[in-house]
Ligand binder design. Structure first.
Ligand SMILES: Cc1c2[nH]c(c1CCC(=O)O)Cc1[nH]c(c(CCC(=O)O)c1C)Cc1[nH]c(c(CCC(=O)O)c1C)Cc1[nH]c(c(C)c1CCC(=O)O)C2
Length: 356
């Protein structure tokens, strides 16, 4: 059942664009907007591990709000991590600073699956508390809840940590498809459970991160991954909140990722948004709102070079029924917050609709 929400929230630039309705301006937020690029984040995280901080509602609320205050973005994203719901049920996983998620006992056989179980609300009371506090403090600004998609989370569990080629994960798909599908199915349940906790506490939208799916061929994606991500989207449909799907290097997969059940398709910087809309439309299901797609590397270029890129993306985004401006991937830790603030300012100024 869709949850009631305030009119201001319902008419926010972000939710209007996500539904493909015209709004006051093109909304903008940044993937990984909370994090090391912000000095106030580095200060508050001193001496506290990433996963510890996720269990402290006071910290989660403050860290989630920091980029909203600093950048003036049109949406907040809940501060957590894609591997957090596994840690919350006692699965042996840590986030090593500068490395990423690291797994004590990588999954090799069916016995390894038993530790992969979905959270219940009772496992993560602090998540419910933090979401509720955020929704009240954010007022008319939407909060995006998120989870990791089965493939991207599986890649950490099978490889044991970050990997460039995901060789062990792909080898598992081919050598033991039953085990692969059993793992991916459990991870779909893990994502559904964590997203449901966030939406039931008041999150206004969800994003399913399949960051590393771009390493797969369309054929392998369709066989091994799509049914599991589709299960997540299907399970979340009844909440009535917009469902965003994103991965890096997914130009060849945009149609399939849309077909998995996304309402909004995230696009990295490799495919222009108008071409992304063509690919999504060609796959059936009609044109859909898109999210993206400024190359994060541009944040390190002179401002004179950034401006025309913002304008180009806004123009190309007009091909979609709705456009949510974002980077093509996460904010790099070395990014200058002032540049991000100027990006928001320009997106708003350039896209403002003159009232009729
Ligand atoms: C693949 C992935 C992960 N985590 C996430 C993804 C998908 C998005 C993407 O593709 O970037 C998602 C994520 N992780 C984090 C958020 C918070 C909300 C936000 O976007 O602002 C979100 C949405 C916090 C975090 N998650 C992590 C940090 C940095 C660690 C720290 O600050 O101590 C933050 C702020 C750790 C993490 N966790 C993960 C990685 C690769 C890292 C980086 C390791 C490092 O460079 O130190 C796994």
């Amino acid at each position: 059942m869709p949850l009631p929400q305030s009119r201001a929230l319902d008419r926010s630039a972000f939710l209007l664009a996500a539904r493909g309705e015209p709004g006051p301006h093109t909304p903008v937020w940044f993937m990984r907007q909370a994090g090391r690029a912000l000095p106030e984040y580095r200060a508050i995280r001193q001496g506290i591990t990433m996963l510890e901080s996720c269990m402290r509602p006071d910290l989660v609320v403050e860290i989630t709000l920091q980029p909203v205050r600093r950048y003036g973005v049109d949406a907040a994203i809940f501060f957590s991590d894609i591997v957090f719901p596994l840690q919350a049920v006692g699965f042996g996983i840590e986030i090593e600073p500068g490395v990423g998620p690291v797994v004590a006992d990588p999954i090799r056989d069916a016995a390894g699956l038993t530790a992969v179980r979905p959270v219940t609300p009772a496992d993560v009371p602090y998540t419910t508390d933090a979401v509720k506090q955020l929704v009240s403090e954010l007022d008319g600004t939407p909060l995006i809840g998120f989870a990791g998609a089965p493939f991207t989370v599986a890649s950490y569990l099978v490889e044991g940590g970050p990997s460039k080629d995901h060789a062990k994960t792909k080898a598992l798909m081919y050598s033991n498809p039953d085990l692969w599908h059993a793992l991916a199915d459990r991870l779909a349940d893990v994502a559904i459970a964590y997203l449901s906790v966030q939406v039931e506490a008041g999150a206004s939208a969800i994003q399913l991160f399949d960051s590393w799916a771009g390493g797969l061929s369309p054929r392998d994606y369709e066989r091994f991954v799509l049914p599991h991500s589709a299960k997540v989207f299907e399970a979340m449909a009844s909440y009535g909140v917009p469902r965003v799907h994103f991965g890096v290097n997914t130009g060849e997969l945009l149609g399939l990722m849309s077909g998995a059940g996304a309402d909004v398709v995230g696009v990295d910087w490799r495919v222009p948004l108008d071409e992304a809309v063509r690919r999504i439309t060609a796959a059936g299901g009609g044109p859909k709102p898109v999210q993206g797609n400024l190359d994060p590397a541009l944040l390190f270029a002179p401002w004179e070079a950034v401006e025309p890129e913002i304008d180009r993306i806004l123009a190309e985004g007009k091909a979609a029924p709705g456009h949510i401006f974002n980077l093509g991937h996460g904010v790099p830790p070395e990014a200058d917050p002032e540049v991000l603030r100027r990006v928001v300012e320009r997106v708003h100024a350039k896209s403002a609709r003159v009232p009729a």
